[in-house]
Ligand binder design. Structure first.
Ligand code: HEM
Ligand code: CU
Length: 542
């Protein structure tokens, strides 16, 4: 069975481009996936350094290192870089690497467009970082770029707007590629309702991206025309309304948080069954839950705006709609736990990160439900409670799931095993210091400490010190990951085709490391739910 090699079928060029050209002109989904993942990791380090600057300043009350203007630039760029430079590209990179392998496609549908989706990212991020050195500095309006502040800032804001335009184009192209690949390029026998949950999650996420990135582009373009071309969308003096900006931004912004959460759900839904050695519990309910989260995510945006003077009926609507999302999310958490129930579990690093994800994401979900209560949000809005909440869903959610995925698929990608002991250390270290960093922020918020502030009242000192120590230790721990990856790439043990006993999806049916070209022509499959492969023959009708 030559499902991988396939060079006999003259259609696929056997040669593998070398050197710089391989990366610059990359059209191979695995190469592009690697580019995305490395890029995202670099941005994670850059965003992380900015976070550590923030935490260094907040180690003590008073101003130590940064003037307030610069401090605000640091929080803004930290947020923008983590969201658009680290988390989103990392998920796109994984989708690029794994989707074709999981559904039996020879590559992504639009290989050349794929090249562009990636190569737009470095210039966009360069613009964003360059904004630190232009007159007036980087954007300092928070990652939400609220008007009227964003209308007034210096030219750093223009660079930010341009960067967001480019990032938006990149994400939309990447998303179109994912949708078309999944709809059109599944190998025969890979039915939609048998697809791996990671494919479902990527598909729904891609629809969200296509729907809302243009909305963000619209919001920042209105800011741009207000700044330079005499419009007054958000300027009250000219008849505009700053609240309009918030509506448009959050119509993008809330689905955006699911863009960073749904792929995580998909990853965990692959990892948990593998290490519990049981099929995913409630597969179809997982598909419907993910879809309904996708739909509901468009109907809750004004829960970010409870204090803007909405009518009580609107507050009630957005409050109940938000709470409704807890239902499908609860279904998912229930299914993951039911999958583990009576499974014969083992706790390799990917499984640890997946379980850590479930635990901590649930904590973030619960603080989210408390924030959805309008009367509570009036108190907690703009406080450190919110910072605690969204880091539980973003760091322990998105980031932990990404670590889980990288450890899980590392053998398939590279042909080598990572060092298990270092992986375990990375997990426990991250788990501990993550909580030391972010749990005290709940208390700070409840006690009234506002976010995006370089200085604070004396009574907040202790918890801030704890959070700062935690953050530096957490940051240090990520070097364990880097060392593990760099070491294992060269010196890791050779990985077998099937490093995980319980893994039974399509990507584990081909050689390790995954050959440069695979599934051309596509195999004829017989599948079960969640992408489980029952049988595979060569030469299905693509
Ligand atoms: C892992 C270590 C991290 C640490 C120590 C950290 C720390 C911080 C701190 C101290 C703030 C400023 C809070 C404020 O003053 O309002 C902040 C804001 C933020 N962080 Fe993180 N963060 C980390 C990772 C991440 C990740 C992975 C994301 C992923 C998306 C993220 C997203 C954000 C966002 C969106 C903001 C809001 C920025 C704004 O106020 O405009 N952070 N973070
Ligand atoms: Cu929201």
């Amino acid at each position: 069975m030559d499902l991988a090699g396939n060079t006999a079928h003259g259609m696929v060029p056997a040669h593998k481009p070398q050197g710089l050209a391989r990366w610059l002109y990359a059209t191979n989904h695995k190469d592009i996936g690697s580019l995305y993942l490395w890029f995202a990791f670099c941005m994670f380090l850059v965003g992380g350094v900015l976070a550590l600057c923030i935490r260094a300043e907040l180690f003590s009350p008073g101003l130590q290192f940064f003037q307030p203007e610069l401090f605000n630039q640091l929080t803004t760029l930290h947020g923008l870089i983590m969201v658009f430079g680290a988390i989103m590209p990392a998920f796109t990179g994984l989708a690029n690497w794994m989707l074709p392998l999981m559904i039996g496609a020879p590559d992504m549908a639009f290989a050349r467009m794929n090249n562009w989706s990636f190569w737009l990212l470095p210039p966009a991020m360069t613009l964003l970082l360059l904004s630190f050195i232009v007159p007036g500095g980087a954007a300092a309006a928070g990652w939400t770029l609220y008007a009227p502040l964003s209308v007034q800032l210096g030219m750093g804001m223009d660079l930010t707007i341009f960067a967001i335009h480019i990032l938006g184009i990149s994400s939309i192209m990447g998303a179109i590629n994912i949708v078309v690949t999944i709809i059109n390029l599944r190998a025969p026998g890979m039915r939609m309702m048998n697809m791996p949950m990671f494919a479902w999650a990527s598909l729904i996420t891609a629809y969200l991206i296509i729907a809302v990135m243009p909305v963000l582009a619209g919001a920042v373009t209105m800011v741009l025309t207000d700044r330079h071309f005499g419009s007054h969308f958000f300027n009250a003096a000219g008849g505009g309304d700053p609240i309009l900006y918030q509506h448009v931004f959050w119509f993008f912004g809330h689905p955006e948080v699911y863009i960073m959460a749904l792929p995580a759900f998909g990853i965990v839904s692959q990892v948990i069954p593998t290490f519990a050695r049981k099929p995913l519990f409630g597969y179809s309910s997982m598909v419907y839950a993910t879809s309904s989260i996708g739909v509901l995510s468009f109907m809750v945006w004004a829960h970010h705006m409870f204090v803007t003077g909405m009518p009580a009926t609107a507050q009630l609507f957005f409050m109940y709609a938000t709470m409704l999302i807890a239902v499908p999310t609860g279904v998912k958490v229930f299914n993951w736990i039911a999958t583990m129930w009576q499974g014969s579990m083992s706790f390799e690093t990917p499984m640890l990160f997946a379980i850590g994800f479930i635990l901590l994401f649930t904590i973030g979900g619960l603080s989210g439900v408390t924030l959805s209560v309008a009367a509570v949000d009036v108190q907690l809005h703009g406080s450190y409670y919110v910072v605690a909440h969204f880091h539980y869903v973003l760091v322990a959610g998105a980031l932990f799931s990404l670590f889980s995925a990288v450890y899980y698929w590392f053998p398939k990608m590279t042909g080598r095993m990572y060092v298990e002991r270092l992986g375990q250390l990375h997990f426990w270290w991250s788990l501990l210091w993550f909580n030391v960093t972010f749990f005290p922020m709940h208390f700070l918020g409840l006690a009234g400490m506002p976010r995006r502030i370089p200085d604070y009242a004396l009574q907040f000192t202790d918890f801030n010190r704890l959070a700062s120590i935690g953050a530096f230790m957490f940051g240090l721990g990520q070097l364990i990951f880097l060392v593990n990856i760099l070491y294992s790439l060269r010196h890791g043990k050779t990985a077998p085709q099937q490093p995980w006993e319980g893994a039974n999806t399509l990507e584990w049916q081909i050689p390790t490391p995954a050959p440069y070209h695979s599934f051309n022509p596509p195999p004829q499959l017989e599948t079960a739910e969640n992408g489980v492969v029952l049988s595979m023959r060569e030469g299905g009708q693509g």
